[in-house]
Design a protein around this ligand. Sequence first.
Ligand code: 8IG
Length: 293
Amino acid sequence: MTDADRDLTAPDLAPGAPDLDAPATDPFEVARHAAAVLAERTGVARHDVALVLGSGWGGAADLLGETVAEVPSHEVPGFSAPAVLGHVGTLRSVRIAGAGDRPERFALVLGSRTHLYEGRGVRRVVHGVRTAAAAGASTVVLTNGCGGLNPAWGPGTPVLVSDHINLTATSPLEGATFVDLTDLYSARLRAVAREVDPSLDEGVYVQFRGPHYETPAEVTMAGRLGGDLVGMSTTLEAIAARHAGLEVLGISLVTNLAAGISPEPLAHEEVLEAGRAAGPRISALLAEVVRRL
Ligand code: 8IG
């Protein structure tokens, strides 16, 4: 089956799991189902940290440690097959060896993410993060590929997310669920990342719905609003992660200058190439950061 043949609207749920999209379904119950399936399929009862791999980050988890098990995402309740070329559709359990006084730990690597622009609803977008929390994780590392407003950030520059502006006009939280986002992107975890690579800059990530890239005027707007990075993911997952009690580290890979910052038009192929070129640096960064979490 090729990506083009996939029915992206199929419910693709494992037998016995409630339908994530049914309004009466509790999305946290589906996340608990998913976590139970993952525990059974990976043989790892509890995962400590989760990583969501965005555009350009596909190979970046390969240095984390030994892959214990790999489960196709569509075989886990509530997960869908990936819709974007260059995204990998598996959930991976990776053993992080202990060192000194650090015990052995397990990372759950979410190799695919559902984007809001796929139109499958916000519950799908944040299901990975909720599953990670249900699987025991206390930390999530959200990575993405994005456009940069700072001309000093050439394609392939990793940037820490210090805060976000959510321009999607939606939220993963349903009903009167008031959650404080003052310190959503953990200053502690950003400091850990800068211990590993002191040259890391940080910036405010602005999420647009997409799937089109911004116009130059929208990029100018994002900058005047206080944004440094523009993308189509991460903010809704970060909100759901905070709600679920996870500590959040956000790392963007600037794969292109945002529209209008450079005279060149944007191309998805350029995005993939910048990811490939940055691979060794961001792989080493991610592995060392996760070891120190
Ligand atoms: I990769 O320039 C990547 N994703 N919105 N704008 C938006 N998303 C992106 C961009 C970009 N580059």
